[in-house]
Write a protein that binds this ligand. Structure first.
Ligand SMILES: Cc1ncc(COP(=O)(O)O)c(C=O)c1O
Length: 413
């Protein structure tokens, strides 16, 4: 490998010199329609935030998901922050969160002062295991957080059954899974709240940042506009002078909770409506790429894929595999050494169990009981992944993997 110029982001995506197959931050660009939509907002002098484009984007996402209430926000972390606040956890409460996820899933819940209890993964689907969630419920549990990680839906019918039995709130982190579904029902519509991300690396983006919150109950939904925009609201009722006592008022929505500004600008919302119309096509391309890899590696028993339950739509935001080289005493690092150095494929490892990070350990959440995740994660790895990956790149990835495994078998037999 030639000298590496490190300009990638912390996720491992981005430009790193020396790779035949890089891991770009993103490959599919905007359409002319999207560019025109943004320019149109820029040309309009008025507004720029909280106007007609916001309402349209929210209406479009309502139609797309079938969610009861939809609120565009500036990123998924803040959608999660709103959901965490609306769960009304407070000190002493416990929230069950999958340990296998991006840190933004858990941080907003940590900020509420609740105790995070880490949930394990299902060994077949690699997302939250409902049985483990149920085992971890105590008298202090107030909410269950699930993550449709990589685009794979969690078993929501089962999670909802558990939540109803124990009277718990459910938050779905759908940051990586817009369009994923179970028997046609989209993720983000099962739980009390769904949180979506339009970050630049996601299957659709609104200029690099953006998010969406779905809310089930009308009562909770009524609290979001204030919490999203600094507690500002119109003064209702008849007034003799519209400026007395002031143009608007600022009030509290939940006792003791300060509001925020989590609004998404008009240009981003205008683009969001356009991008949303492409989302299913983008997801379909990613699904087809994943299918091709799975077919090409079907005869390679050492490479395992997540099992997708019947009726589940996994949208493959990422392509993660598991390597089992026990028979010839090899692990994922041995395999990656060859793929990276001999074949110059920018493989990466993703979503380290959160309890292994200093942040969570220092905040008091280093304790865990996730044996499945611990055993699985150290042998998981990702191929480079982007929408529109050419067939020859897929062939190169698969053939290189087969050759690398043959080499390892030869070395360690
Ligand atoms: C699983 C998960 N949750 C939450 C987030 C946070 O999204 P955002 O960057 O929009 O705040 C991400 C973003 O990468 C994510 O992957």
């Amino acid at each position: 490998m030639t000298r590496q110029i490190k300009t990638d982001d912390a996720s491992g995506r981005g430009a790193v010199a020396g790779f035949k197959v890089p891991f770009p931050g993103r490959m599919h660009g905007y359409t002319e329609e999207g560019i025109k939509a943004v320019s149109a907002v820029m040309r309009k002098a008025e507004g720029q935030t909280q106007g007609a484009y916001l309402r349209q984007f929210e209406a479009d996402f309502t139609a797309y998901t079938g969610a009861n209430h939809v609120f565009a926000v500036d990123n998924a972390t803040n959608a999660l922050r709103l959901a965490a606040v609306l769960c009304r956890l407070g000190k002493g409460a416990e929230v069950i969160i999958p340990a296998y996820t991006f840190c933004a899933t858990a941080i907003p819940f940590g900020k509420t002062g609740a105790r995070i209890v880490w949930a394990d993964i299902d060994p077949r689907t690699w997302v939250a295991d409902p049985d483990d969630i149920e085992r971890k419920i105590t008298s202090k549990t107030r909410a269950i957080m699930v993550v449709h990680l990589l685009g794979m839906p969690v078993d929501m019918p089962r999670v909802m059954k558990i939540a109803r039995k124990h009277n718990l709130k459910v938050v779905e982190d759908c940051a990586q899974a817009p369009g994923a579904a179970i028997n046609g029902r989209r993720v983000g519509t099962f739980g009390d709240f769904g949180c979506f991300s339009w970050h630049g690396a996601k299957n659709m983006t609104t200029l690099g940042e953006g998010g969406m919150l779905t809310v089930k109950s009308h009562k909770d939904a009524a609290l979001v506009p204030g919490l999203r925009h600094n507690g500002v609201r119109a003064i209702t009722g008849k007034r003799q002078r519209y400026w007395v006592p002031a143009m608007s008022t600022v009030d509290i929505d939940i006792e003791g909770v300060w509001p925020n500004n989590f609004c998404l600008g008009e240009a981003q919302c205008a683009l969001g409506s356009v991008e949303l119309r492409r989302l299913d096509a983008i997801n379909a391309m990613l699904i087809s790429q994943a299918e091709k890899i799975k077919v090409r590696l079907a005869d390679t028993a050492e490479i395992e894929f997540a099992r997708i339950p019947s009726g589940y739509k996994h949208i493959f935001h990422q392509f993660i595999m598991h390597f089992n080289g026990r028979a010839f005493n090899a692990d994922r690092n041995d395999l990656m050494d060859i793929l990276v150095n001999d074949y110059r494929i920018r493989c990466i490892v993703q979503y380290c169990p959160l309890y292994r990070f200093p942040l969570f350990q220092k905040m008091g959440f280093g304790r865990h009981n996730c044996p499945v995740l611990d055993a699985w994660w150290d042998n998981s790895f990702s191929f480079p992944w982007w929408c529109g990956m050419p067939g020859e790149t897929i062939d190169y990835l698969c053939n290189s993997t087969k050759a690398a495994i043959a080499k390892l078998k030869g070395l360690k037999k």
